[in-house]
Design a protein around this ligand. Sequence first.
Ligand SMILES: Nc1ncnc2c1ncn2[C@@H]1O[C@H](COP(=O)(O)OP(=O)(O)OP(=O)(O)O)[C@@H](O)[C@H]1O
Length: 442
Amino acid sequence: MAKILIIDDEPQLRALLARIIGLEGYDVEQAPDCTTGLRLLSQYEPDVVLCDVKLPDGNGVELVGRIKEIAPAAEVILLTAYGNIPDGVQAIKNGAFDYITKGDDNNKILPLLSRATEKARMQRRLARFEAKLSDEHSFDRIIGSSEALRQAVNLARKVAATDTSVLLTGETGTGKEVFAQAIHQAGPRAREAFVAVNCSAFSKELLESELFGHRAGSFTGATKDKKGLFEEADKGTLFLDEIGEMPVELQAKLLRVLESGEFIKIGETRPTKVDLRIIAATNRDLEKEIAAGNFREDLYFRLSVFRIQLPALSQRREDVAEYARYFVGQFAAKMGKRIETIDDAYIAALERHTWHGNVRELRNVVERSLIMADGERLSADTLSPEFRAGAGAPPDSLALDALERHHILKVLEYAKGNKTEAARLLGIGIATLYRKLESYGV
Ligand SMILES: Nc1ncnc2c1ncn2[C@@H]1O[C@H](COP(=O)(O)OP(=O)(O)OP(=O)(O)O)[C@@H](O)[C@H]1O
């Protein structure tokens, strides 16, 4: 039930309003002055405050700012005296939802209340969503207790509080994007946008228009004005993933944006100003790329003011078991399965493996084995044959083929026959999947 707080010093009017509003199904509290109103604000947590202008210990117009400070999600409707429009206008400037003239606008109160409570509810929902999002991307969600990973987390926590550019380096799947988001969330721009772009996913022309935006008609196909990602990320953070793949000509333009905070949209002549934090990531050795003429040294210096190297999983095998348990819990919940025990042989097989795809590969392997799991015990049998082959089992290619067939068909069944999804889960190309299915006569 939506909650309404009425702040008014006239007892009769207050009681009348409370009755009208209460009859509509709202929960109502009353306060005769500012002091009581402010106290009730934190105790009662109203959705909407109906507030008079002239109060014994203050002025309602000025109170609006205080109310919004204490309860940002609450909406305020001011009750102004007849003919006093300037009060209402000032109240809206101070953050009020609207104002109504006492006595004159009685029929407007209920529709206005309904709109104000709806807005307050949306705001609460948004605040909860933002809190959940920031929790999901916080440093606390970064798994791994090895010394190497903890050192990287410590460095990231330190730099997060500043506004410095960060360069995250490390093999694919080591968590560069996870770190970038945590740095953003723990930094001064947490409430602003985090915009990620994968520089390897676009051709040079497309990447340029994605980043800078364009004016309609500036090139064939540019039918509308388009905001670029620099602008989308204004005041927030732009995460440039796979920066090593950015074409050299664009690197020069990026450097200019970093140095001046300005850029020119495609098809425009006037510069646009932006205020950004840049976090870049790469799995390439940028120093080698500089030597080979593929990366600009000046951009490298600019981006690598603070560099964090994320350790590969092969350098911290002690983390494998922790990731495995974490991902088992995550996927079991997602798939509605109950896993009571994880066999030691299962963990041992994962610890033996060489993880070229690092945490991402490990996560995918756990997801696949949960699809295979039938009971409440997760055994090494749920892993694909290559893991078991490494466990010292006698090589029996016929048995392996049969296992592989069983595994692939089960994954395909889980993916509801969607071959692209099955190939993704299996970690093989779609063409390989088709070849295998054909050999099984499927
Ligand atoms: N320390 C970690 N804790 C929890 N999850 C992690 C961690 N590191 C990686 N992951 C998970 O592994 C997957 C890959 O992580 P991410 O995309 O951040 O890697 P990346 O280094 O950016 O990869 P790429 O270079 O391929 O873009 C994601 O699903 C992420 O949630």
